[in-house]
Design a binder for this molecule. Sequence first.
Ligand code: SF4
Length: 420
Amino acid sequence: MEKQVKPTVESGPRPTLTFQQKRRGKPPRHLADLARSERREVVSALGYPAFRADQLSRHYFEHRTIDPAAMTDLPQAQRDAIVTELLPPLMEKVSEQFADGGRTLKVLWKLFDGAVVESVLMAYPDRATLCLSSQAGCGMACPFCATGQAGLTRNLSTAEIIEQLRLNMVLAESGALGKPVRITNVVFMGMGEPMANYPAVRGALHRMIDPAPEGFGMSARHITVSTVGLVPAILKLAEEGLQVTLAVSLHAPDDGLRDDLIPINSRYKTAELLDAARHYFVRTGRRVSIEYALIKDMNDHKWRAELLAAELNSRGHGWAHVNPIPLNPTPGSIWTASTNVATRTFVDTLTEAGISTTVRDTRGSDIDGACGQLAAEVVDRDNVARRAKKAQEAVEARLAEHRTEPENLADQLAAMTAGY
Ligand code: SF4
């Protein structure tokens, strides 16, 4: 009989899914919140020529600056007024942590109302990737995630998402990671569920992709939006005509486990989610990434790899790519790394079934654990310590629990793959 560790929250009752923001305060209006025509209207209303808005936008998106002194093509008498109106400060750095020999930098940012978010900048030989946050906190309540335990504080505005990118561009291009590099890739895998903040994330995608003076002019193909499975938003994104990559944080192929592991699964089941992901591929031509954190004895069984392969193959071939994600070994925690043997078996099972699979490079693993950890610690260190103690108790309580593979699994797999 295979061991089955079940997910459990690490303190108190399970937090509930929430889409309600605790705070409603709006950050100040910012150039990056506005379309080009709206920026021009704001500048005209100040009594200046509309084209000044385009000049300002180029300073922001091309030169990454908000310093009026650097904007020498704007008349001195107009600079301060235009900058004050359209480039209010949105966040300040609270702390930073380097890892991976200085090639990874995690920054904690404080927003105008005291809410905190984090970003992680990762340098590669010729480029850098930024992992950014789309919400302060998160309402998705995933039991393995510190951010999820704290709940949703509020959605970020488009400009708050974009400002994380600009500030990190300044860091990367000034050599903070050893030598100057450009951020070419962005992943929405920091705090928050991007699809639960759809309008602001959609706006941010446009600012990233649209060329200056509209935005940064980045390649859409190098931008990844991840989701735990808000199906209606996936379907909406599929119709936007954007070539961004969709990453689905699946972590389990069966509803029995996924209902506990990813609470939104109680609303949108695995099959519906995979159908939506497949639809995204059909509409955009972009192969979907399936993220799968391998957790020892919880979701790393061979039969689950077989089931995952069958679920993907039953919807066609070549449309999805699986990224198993190794966790850090965390002795005594239920959220600990799969053994090397289990990892290899899982990957081989997928590969043999024709599923393209790449074990993901996990950066920053010597800083903290999952997304949101750093912010959670700063916000409430005592609570984190309490959670660790509860987790230990939960391990004791759960160790005796086992779950076997479904009796009719072979029949289920055969039925799903019939015709392929
Ligand atoms: S894992 Fe992601 S979606 Fe789940 S609670 Fe954490 S931040 Fe939210």
